[in-house]
Design a protein around this ligand. Sequence first.
Ligand code: SF4
Length: 54
Amino acid sequence: MNCHANKSIECTVSQCAYHCSDANFCSLDRILVGTHEANPTQDQCTDCMSFRKK
Ligand code: SF4
């Protein structure tokens, strides 16, 4: 698989089209992180908005 792992972005979401399946890194140059909460209080409140289904 030809995946350019961005060593600055670790990720374990293997279901994402941008995930390097042989290593836990994202292949994008940059990602957008957001939230689905009005008032985020913990890590579970944040989301990778760059996620795309494989
Ligand atoms: S786009 Fe987001 S969810 Fe997908 S591999 Fe990159 S960091 Fe992970």
